[in-house]
Ligand binder design. Structure first.
Ligand SMILES: [Zn+2]
Length: 279
């Protein structure tokens, strides 16, 4: 199951296959996971980056199973998740379902869905129910999707295997993120199928861990902030993320800002220009 060979379709459950895109990296793990749901009338969930080779691998897997691509569903519109939708729709005429958000410099400009999902709606995927679950936090237009028959929760970048999700304000919001993690516990989950990396067992345990991890980091933010009269992000990141490789500090600064904005909203921190201080 943990075969991340790019372009190879790996079966995770009956009627559920994964094809990994050739975009491995620090932020993307082995590459973006595109999931194929159904055999005859296939839905691709997170088509991935605009990569002709990846589009061909998806269509090849669909055809090998004797099916056709009829639907494209996206978790969000970061460039490693949605741009291949345009390529695939052009080739197949498949319907695109995904939420949009204002451009903030981090969104897929080519994304133009036929319609947007609504929270808790059931989308038909080759006779199975796929429940859309609104999950803002990583970004404001993020949806997770629960494949009800298999109990697989497709989490996009809401939860990924092996690394912590970056929250980029203002489209990303730490309070929303933690609330969305907690909301997933209301659903009957068997496995988490992330946008990057392999299946994660014991979803409730993982979600609980992620909430605690964020709150622990928040406590560290408050603790380190107390050591300064006032401080800028690029200095504060050094002590708050001293357990993280310095090459990741530029990305960590986004999450740090997200933590500070949450503390500001709660009346625990304040901002003066680019400087932050504890109240
Ligand atoms: Zn993302």
């Amino acid at each position: 199951m943990d075969d991340f060979t790019h372009g190879k379709a790996v079966e995770l459950a009956p009627g559920v296959r994964r094809v990994v895109a050739p975009n491995p990296g620090v932020m993307t793990g082995p590459g973006t996971n595109s999931y194929l749901l159904g055999i005859k009338n296939v839905t691709v969930l997170d088509p991935g980056p605009a990569d002709a080779e990846h589009a061909a691998a998806i269509l090849g897997a669909v055809e090998a199973g004797g099916g056709k691509l009829v639907q494209i569903v996206t978790t969000h519109t970061h460039p490693d998740h949605s741009p291949c939708a345009a390529l695939l729709q052009e080739k197949t005429g498949a319907t695109v379902i995904g939420a949009v958000i204002a451009q903030d410099g981090f969104q897929d400009e080519s994304f133009s869905p036929d319609r947007e999902p609504t929270h808790d709606e059931i989308i038909d995927v080759d006779g199975d129910a796929l429940r859309a679950i609104y999950s803002p936090g990583h970004v404001g237009n993020h949806f997770c999707y629960l494949h009800e028959r298999s109990g697989l929760l497709f989490t996009g970048d809401h939860v990924m295997q092996g690394s912590t999700v970056v929250i980029i304000p203002p489209a990303g919001d730490m309070k929303d993120y933690i609330d969305s993690l907690r909301r997933m516990l209301d659903y009957p989950l068997k496995f988490i199928a992330p946008g990057h990396g392999g299946l994660i067992a014991e979803p409730a345990k993982e979600l609980d861990y992620l909430v605690k991890h964020r709150l622990k980091r928040e406590a560290k933010v408050a603790d380190k902030l107390a050591a300064f009269e006032q401080v800028m992000l690029d200095e504060l990141v050094l002590s708050v993320y001293d357990d993280v490789d310095p090459s990741l500090h530029p990305a960590a600064q986004y999450s740090l800002l997200a933590h500070l904005l949450k503390l500001e909203k709660e009346g625990r921190a304040m901002r003066n220009g680019d400087n932050w201080s504890l109240i």
